[in-house]
Design a protein around this ligand. Structure first.
Ligand code: NI
Length: 258
């Protein structure tokens, strides 16, 4: 049984065959999926998906690259949406300095990252954090607001094994996806081998970041066994041990999932 902790099935790249694909994931061992909102429109589409499919749960939040979508009204919408029993996390939220270089935009990202972290704290929900090219600001900001009191996952982790260890010490989970199968992903392979097994979450971030041997194609949860296999090889354990641990980890973190 595989727990997919991070997918974007509301993405338009699934428009042509979404139903067909989602009707066969369970037969392939994918028993739970968290569909993660990024902009306001995708949060609304996520709410529809969790209504349509019993095994899909949702996360609502505004991604740092779409921060212009956020204002007090949308913030209140997020609060309302999060009261749905199938909304299990606030996300994805965080900092992305790779796509946004403007210091004003970056400062707005930090402001709304803090606000959405506070929303999670207030609602006792975990967070799904996206951080790219913003390693130092992310950890500094999180330490500043006592983020160790808010459970969460660093999704699609891309920083050093040392930083992963720091997040694990803060109580955070590390989301590992298709990139771990790439030949040049040395740091991530080291992270996947070293961090405690009870801190690993399997994720695709589909439609993005398909693992080898499907690199470059549209990704889906059906590729998760490739990710689990790679982590198993790196750790010298069985694939089943990886999927079982990450299933239990996801249940521990997303405590509203049934
Ligand atoms: Ni994502």
């Amino acid at each position: 049984m595989i727990f997919e902790s991070h997918a974007h099935y509301d993405d338009k790249r699934f428009d042509a065959d979404r139903e067909e694909l989602l009707s066969c994931v369970k037969a392939n061992g994918i028993e739970r999926i968290v569909n993660v909102g990024s902009d306001f429109a995708s949060c609304k589409r996520t709410m529809k998906l969790i209504e349509e499919y019993e095994f899909i749960y949702g996360a609502v939040g505004i991604h740092p690259s779409d921060i212009e979508d956020l204002n007090e009204e949308v913030y209140e919408w997020l609060r309302d949406a999060a009261s749905n029993p199938k909304v299990v996390a606030i996300g994805e939220i965080g900092l992305d300095y790779y796509w946004k270089k403007d210091p004003h935009v970056q400062s707005s990202q930090r402001y709304w990252f803090c606000r959405q972290m506070e929303l999670a704290r207030e609602l006792s929900l975990p967070v799904i954090i996206h951080s790219r090219d913003a390693a130092e600001d992310t950890i500094t900001l999180m330490q500043g607001i006592h983020a160790e009191q808010i459970p969460g996952v660093l999704h699609c982790f891309s920083y050093s094994p040392e930083l992963a260890e720091q997040y694990v010490k803060m109580g955070y989970y590390i989301g590992i996806g298709g990139v771990v199968t790439f030949k040049n992903a040395k740091k991530l392979k080291e992270t996947a081998a070293k961090i405690p097994l009870d801190r690993i979450l399997l994720e695709t971030d589909c439609p993005y970041l398909a693992p080898e041997p499907n690199r470059g194609k549209r990704n889906s949860s059906l590729n998760l066994p490739y990710v689990a296999r790679e982590i198993a090889v790196l750790r010298g354990i069985s694939e089943e041990e990886v999927t079982k641990a990450s299933w239990e980890n996801a249940y521990r973190l997303f405590s509203k999932v049934k």
